[in-house]
Design a protein around this ligand. Structure first.
Ligand code: ZN
Ligand code: ZN
Length: 207
């Protein structure tokens, strides 16, 4: 599985394009810059089979409706974040505008759900705390996890936004700490790391 990382928008949110067999692709968190995302897909002749959303914050979903309109494919998101992600509550800062609702919200994520898309196998881990419906997308075969804003290299997601819950975040981090140390972490912002590295050096993961 090939992983392409693009930092999109004013918050430099990481959008990931994963590709497996026969150029089928998963797009994780199309947060902005739809032209750039579309160009990479077209230049590499990638066929989008799903859009996967780690959580509903606007810096991770602002190009979702536009992408889904240009290149239709099912969208996976946890219902606890879909409930507010496409409304006025998701508007900070105001100049970003309210993210539009895509037409095709066909995959309702639940905890421990397994999906396989053209050889790309992943498990949804519900990891609330940063948002109520935040998930991590774990690819056990490839030994990688996409953590959204739950876990960063050296840090963790804020819990002071609406719906944030510090106790829940700590439980979610505890759960991530059970994954194999060599698991490579692709976070929603900033560089990649590993579970083992974070257990050693990230004070939130040690607590
Ligand atoms: Zn966030
Ligand atoms: Zn973010």
């Amino acid at each position: 599985m090939k992983i392409r990382t693009l930092a999109v928008g004013n918050f430099a949110a990481n959008c990931f394009i994963l590709s497996g067999e026969e150029n089928h692709a998963l797009v994780i968190d199309p947060g902005d810059d739809p032209d750039q995302i579309e160009r990479i897909l077209r230049d590499n002749r990638l066929v989008v089979v799903a859009y996967l959303i780690t959580h509903g914050h606007m810096d991770h979903i602002s190009a979702l409706a536009e992408m889904e309109q240009r290149i239709p494919a099912p969208v996976g998101i946890h219902p606890a974040d879909a409930a507010w992600a496409f409304g006025g509550a998701n508007q900070m800062p105001p100049w970003y505008g309210t993210p539009k609702r895509p037409g095709n919200l066909h995959r309702s994520f639940t905890d421990n759900q397994d999906w396989t898309d053209f050889g790309m196998h992943y498990r949804v881990l519900a990891t609330p705390g940063h948002t109520p419906g935040g998930v991590c997308l774990y690819f056990p075969g490839a030994k990688v996890i996409f953590t959204g804003d739950t876990l960063f290299a050296g840090s963790v997601g804020r819990t002071d936004f609406p719906g944030g819950d510090e106790g829940a975040l700590n439980q979610s981090l505890h759960r991530l700490a059970q994954l194999p140390d060599e698991t490579v972490v692709f976070a929603g912002h900033g560089p990649q790391t590993t579970i083992g590295q974070e257990k050693k050096t990230n004070r939130f993961m040690r607590a």
